[in-house]
Design a protein around this ligand. Structure first.
Ligand SMILES: [Zn+2]
Length: 264
């Protein structure tokens, strides 16, 4: 989809939410405005989608179903800060990185294992000396990072992705903190697709029997976790999964995160 059409269609929600611009990137001489949708509420949920351009479901769910998301948030007095299409030129081209090919693009922090020894990810429970924000990312990631830094950490953060390698129609999720609430969301999602259990998703890492996985990869989600955000998850539907099912699963998780964030 042409990103200009995406923006035009997103703007139809303007009567129900504030659609602001937190930056602009230029690709081959063309400007791509970076947009954020906000609504008021007592506790805040951040939703991000579209880091990877070949994973269109998240940006499309938010484009088509934003009204339902706003209704749910309002009913629970939850504020929304939604970044519906983080990498617009990647989304438009259907390629993972931006039109300049800058990569990787979901990189927010570095770990110092011991003073002077810096790595970009650590295992679950692996001790480390310190972490620092990483500002060497592609322009649209950096713009998002700077925008998020301007605000106090939210109560929850959900990042919508898709897995383009797994050949089956299914989903799985990364989470930080207690697994129980996310197991409930997995159960609710089973009406729409299978969950990928014991799936090798990263070198030696596999999803558990619930299709859940914990991984400190230095991403935007890991960064939220390190800043003390209590509820953080990354949802992955596969790109083979029908778009209608992806929308339904994305909405299960967005609604679920809204209810989690609303809890005192
Ligand atoms: Zn992705």
């Amino acid at each position: 989809m042409d990103y200009r059409d995406y923006v035009e269609r997103l703007r139809r929600w303007e009567s129900r939410a504030t659609i602001g611009q937190y930056g602009e990137v230029t690709e081959h001489g063309r400007p791509f405005p970076l947009l954020c949708v906000t609504t008021p509420g007592a506790r805040e949920l951040v939703v991000t989608a579209g880091f990877h351009g070949e994973e269109p479901a998240g940006p499309l769910t938010l484009l088509e179903h934003l009204g339902e998301v706003i209704d749910e948030a309002r009913a629970h007095d939850v504020a929304l800060r939604v970044f519906p299409c983080v990498n617009p030129s990647g989304f438009e081209g259907g390629h993972r990185y931006n039109a300049s090919g800058e990569q990787p693009n979901n990189d927010f922090l570095r770990y110092e294992l011991t003073p002077g020894t810096v790595v970009d990810e650590v295992g679950e429970g692996q001790p480390f000396h310190a972490w620092q924000p990483f500002y060497g990312s592609p322009k649209e990631t950096l713009a998002l990072h700077r925008e998020l830094e301007r605000h106090a950490p939210p109560r929850g953060a959900l990042d919508l992705h898709q897995d383009a390698w797994v050949k089956a129609k299914c989903f799985y999720a990364y989470h930080f903190g207690a697994a129980e609430p996310y197991r409930a969301l997995v159960k609710q999602s089973l009406a729409h697709a299978k969950v990928a259990v014991h799936l090798a998703v990263h070198n030696l890492l596999r999803t558990d029997r619930w299709g859940l996985i914990v991984h400190h990869d230095g991403s935007n989600s890991d960064w939220f976790h390190r800043r003390g955000v209590p509820h953080v998850a990354v949802l992955e539907t596969t790109t083979r999964t029908d778009l209608v099912a992806c929308h339904a699963i994305n909405l299960v998780w967005i609604r679920g995160m809204i209810r989690l964030v609303a809890e005192p």
